[in-house]
Design a protein around this ligand. Sequence first.
Ligand code: HEC
Length: 93
Amino acid sequence: MKRVVLICMFFCSISFADVYTLKKCNGCHGDKGMKKALGASVLIGEMSKEDIVFALHAYKNGTKEGSYKTIMMGFVADLNESDIISIAQEIGK
Ligand code: HEC
């Protein structure tokens, strides 16, 4: 069991290629998404993983509404599918 956990930790850390990206998100959304970004966003750390993936896709394809959507559209523009999934795994419930 211990070994399984270790192997998982190893893969999780390498599959999460973009720690740098997550740091960028944390700048506004706080550690683990527990801060209201610019005093405006929901606590993304309270969102489910699925909702985060959905929201990030929606910013990417321009269907997500919100007063600050252009900020987020800028941040998701260069995320690929695996970044999005890793981020959701890391932040979401
Ligand atoms: C410059 C500050 C800033 C940064 C950096 C930032 N965000 Fe945001 N984010 C916001 C704001 C502000 C909103 C609310 C947008 C709105 O209401 O229009 C938001 C909204 C969101 C939402 C949608 C929440 C909802 O209402 O459904 C998600 C998910 C999200 N951000 C994830 C991320 C991720 C992942 C990153 C890193 C790639 C990131 N954000 C980087 C400011 C930021």
